[in-house]
Structures are given as C-alpha cells and as structure tokens.
Design a protein around this ligand. Structure first.
Ligand code: BGC
Length: 269
C-alpha cells in the first residue's frame, strides 16, 4: 500500500456504512482522503458515530438514510451526494443482510428481502453511479478512471450454503451482475470489482464467533487460522478504488484467510 492519501479529492458512497464491513471500509476510504457519504438503513446513531470519527480525524462525511432496495430513495441519495460534494467517484455496494431459514421453511418475504437489499440494491446504486460517471467522464488529476464500483460479495459467491439459500443466491447473482456491468462499462473507463470476504468479525455473524467454542469451530474453516477484521476489507477496498489497481476490472478478489481453499480436503479426499 502506497501513500495514505491515495484517494484525496475523491467522493465515495458506502452503503450500509453504519456497522461491520461497511463501517470499516468507510473509515479506510476517509483515511485515504475521500469524502464519504455514510449510508444507513435504520441506525442513525451508529451512522452519526461513523461521521464523528471521520470528522475528528480531519475528514469529511455525512450520514444519509436510504433503503437501497427502494428505487426512489436511491435516486434521492445520489441527488444528495452530488448536491453536497459535486459528484461521485467511488461506489461501495456494501449493504447486505441475512434472513436465514431451512429451505423448506423459507418464506417469500425472507427470500425477497435478501434479494432486494443484497442484489437489487447493488443494481439500483450502480445504475445511478454509472450515469454520473458517464456524464462526467475522467477528471485529470483525480483518477485514471471515470469511476469505480466495488461490489461486496462473499465467499458464498462460490461456496454453497445450506440454510442460507437466499443469501448465497444473492451473492452468486452479484458475481454475474458485477462481471456483466464491468464488461458494459469498461469502454467508459469505469472499473467494477467484487470483494469476497470470508468470515469477518461483525454483527452479521456474531453467533459464529461470540463464544470460544463457536470461534474454534469457525476456525476449522479458515486455514490461516484467524477471523478477519473490517479493517482488512477496508484496506483492500481502498487499494481497489485507487489508481494502483487501475488495470483491475470484472473480478472478485476473495479475502478470506483461505476459506475458499476447501480446507476439508487438507486431510481427506
Ligand atoms: C456471511 C457470514 C459468514 C461468512 C463465512 C459471510 O458472507 O455474511 O455470516 O460468517 O460469509 O461463511
């Protein structure tokens, strides 16, 4: 990683930035010099706290509530960031949730909510970002790209997950969504990249790490033998959004301590 101000003069929007991976990414982008819109769905106090941390460190940020699965709300959010900071350079499609259930018990509501936020949300936000990137084009001295879209996926983009079929389907969907828009937007100098986190210590998977027993069981799935931290993903997102990664588009980078290495095969098969 090069200079700490590699995103100076750029504007970023991070969805679901009030907690977990989104918060870690927002703090990392701000530290790298970006102005950041902290999007949240419900927890205004948590979003305000992220803004406060950024401002106290000398950065710029503001919080904005939007349910990313709602078209009009997404349009309003993009109007707001453009009105406040003039444009947008980086979109981090991070907002995501789990509504776990056994397949035969899964309700349509659980299915629709997860697909709505995790997948449709990425569609709605990416479409608005791409429109602005294309309209504005490359600005010399800011970035070599006209814009960067980072799609938060998961190891469950490739690892099937019983009991979480809606979630895994949303992440598998993100993979082809990301690649297809990367292909379509590359001629406009827009880069689209996926990040596939493994187990990162956040509220979404609290049950998997909150007791030593649960954590030990989880570590069986992680050859590198530690749980990830939001800051791990924050550093990767910052680098991917920077010009150091200017030739990367249309791929998911897994950051998972080896979870996608099928550790069960280390002594079996
Ligand atoms: C899920 C977590 C899970 C991790 C590894 C993530 O995408 O949100 O709940 O711990 O994948 O299975």
């Amino acid at each position: 990683m090069a200079s700490t101000k590699q995103l100076e003069g750029q504007v970023a929007l991070v969805t679901g930035a009030d907690s977990g991976i989104g918060k870690g990414v927002a703090l990392a982008l701000a530290q790298a010099g970006a102005k950041v819109l902290i999007n949240y769905a419900h927890n205004q106090a948590a979003a305000d706290e992220v803004v406060k941390i950024i401002k106290e460190a000398g950065g710029e940020a503001f919080a904005h509530q939007t349910d990313v699965s709602q078209e009009e709300q997404v349009e309003t959010m993009f109007a707001k960031i453009i009105q406040t900071y003039g444009t947008i350079d980086i979109l981090i499609n991070n907002a995501g949730l789990q509504k776990d259930a056994k397949f035969v018990d899964m309700t349509l509501d659980q299915w629709n909510t997860v697909i709505g936020v995790n997948l449709t949300g990425q569609f709605l936000c990416s479409r608005e970002a791409a429109k602005e990137f294309i309209k504005r084009g490359v600005v010399e001295g800011v970035s070599r790209a006209a814009g960067k879209i980072i799609c938060m996926s998961s190891v469950h983009e490739v690892i099937p997950w019983a009991g979480h079929v809606n979630y895994a389907a949303s992440k598998g969907g993100i993979s082809m969504f990301m690649k297809s828009i990367a292909q379509e937007l590359a001629p406009h100098k827009i880069r689209v990249v996926g990040i596939g986190p493994g187990a990162i210590q956040t509220p979404i998977n609290k049950e998997a790490w909150e007791t030593p027993q649960a954590l030990n069981k989880l570590l069986e799935l992680i050859p590198y033998n530690r749980i990830g931290q939001p800051d791990d993903i924050g550093k990767l997102a910052t680098w991917l959004a920077s010009d150091e990664a200017d030739y990367i588009t249309g791929v998911t980078i897994f950051m998972d301590g080896g979870m996608t290495l099928y550790p069960g095969f280390a002594d079996n098969g």
